[in-house]
Design a protein around this ligand. Structure first.
Ligand code: ATP
Ligand code: MG
Length: 177
């Protein structure tokens, strides 16, 4: 049996989820496949991939769609403001997934956005069910919902054995961001 497009999940509390998704993108781009990475929540930090993606244009497109609700934990914008951004984020996801322009779409930290209650898991389930059959869809973030696991073809849980953070080593340029 072969299946055209897979649903791939990288979850768990160990490091490597976003890195794994980027590695997958790197591999796909080698075949001139088109990859779109949509990053939820991120925006206040600068990540190396925000620049390396530009070097891989037009095969790699990276969009930080979470900008608006990055500050959720310490900001004081009204809830409606965040909900407005979440609606917009979903709209962009749908548009990219259904555009037919990509072989791979990565929803980075989407699980985080779901767990914060910014995105309704049912909306993501609908996206997964209705995606073009040949599209590979990658979802990352801790604590993936059971309903998403059920629909996925591949689920890998990153398990922390050791992390430098625990010995007081700060996030490292090129490794962590
Ligand atoms: P990466 O982006 O490095 O692949 P990730 O996607 O698995 O990490 P996230 O939950 O998205 O992990 O966390 C992003 C940030 O938190 C990164 O700077 C990462 O190095 C750091 N981080 C990831 N896992 C851990 C951990 N177990 N303990 C402390 N910090 C972590
Ligand atoms: Mg991540």
């Amino acid at each position: 049996m072969s299946k055209d497009g897979l649903v791939i999940v990288y979850t768990g509390n160990g490091k490597g989820k976003t890195t794994a998704a980027l590695g997958l993108a790197m591999r796909a781009i080698g075949y001139e496949h088109k990859v779109c990475m949509l990053q939820f929540i991120k925006g206040s930090w600068h990540y190396g991939e925000m620049d390396s993606s530009k070097k891989l244009e037009p095969n790699f497109e990276l969009i930080a769609i979470g900008k608006g609700f990055v500050g959720i934990l310490d900001d004081n914008s009204p809830r409606e403001e965040h909900e407005k951004y979440a609606v917009e984020a979903l709209r962009i996801c749908k548009e990219k997934i259904n555009s037919g322009n990509y072989n791979v779409v990565i929803l980075d930290e989407v699980n985080y956005a779901i767990n914060l209650g910014l995105i309704d898991v049912q909306e993501i389930i609908k996206l997964i069910k209705e995606k073009p059959s040949n599209l590979d869809l990658v979802l990352t973030g801790r604590d993936v919902k059971e309903e998403i696991i059920e629909l996925a073809d591949l689920v890998t849980e990153m398990k922390e054995i050791k992390h430098p953070f625990k010995s007081g080593i700060k996030a490292k340029k090129g490794i962590d961001f």
